[in-house]
Design a protein. Structure first.
Length: 165
């Protein structure tokens, strides 16, 4: 596992992270359109990110199951026009635990396909992760990112910045 800040595109854009409730499984957010578009500098150049598809969640009380049926992301190098489209349908399971200092720790155990990068650290490349992985991120009492551990040992990771050069 390596330390770095991370941002999960699906979580960042579309899913409100709420407190887990002790209720039986229920539909949290039914699959809704996830169309969005924005630019990030994470490859040393500007990358246009266009999201299409649907995203939703199922609340299990102690965790949330993230689903994104048919969701894809098209990434385009705004400097040279190189582009690629990847599947980011997930799924994964997100848990949040309160820390004694007032902050919280989020753990994402993913399978399938995800887009992972740190929107606050332009030196962190945009990665397409396929397979089983775990990301544990810690946040302070104000919700500010503190640290993250990523374990992609059972996943295939493609640096999309290299693909877009």
């Amino acid at each position: 596992m390596r330390k770095s800040a991370i941002t999960l595109l699906v979580l960042l854009l579309m899913l409100p992270a709420g407190a887990a409730l002790a209720d039986p499984p229920k539909l949290g957010v039914p699959p809704v359109p996830a169309d969005d578009s924005f630019v990030v500098p994470n490859c040393g150049f500007d990358v246009q990110i266009d999201v299409t598809g649907k995203v939703g969640e199922i609340d299990f009380g102690d965790s949330i199951r993230l689903i994104a049926p048919g969701e894809t992301v098209t990434l385009t190098n705004r400097g040279n026009g190189n582009a690629t489209t990847v599947n980011v349908a997930g799924p994964g399971r997100l848990t949040e635990v309160a820390n004694p200092d007032g902050g919280f720790t989020s753990t994402l155990r993913g399978t399938g396909n995800w887009l992972v990068f740190n929107i606050d650290d332009p030196s962190d490349p945009i990665k397409h992760v396929t397979g089983r992985f775990t990301i544990i991120a810690t946040f302070d009492a104000n919700g500010a990112f503190v640290t993250a551990d990523e374990d992609f040992g059972r996943a295939r990771v493609v640096n999309l910045c290299e693909v877009l050069r």
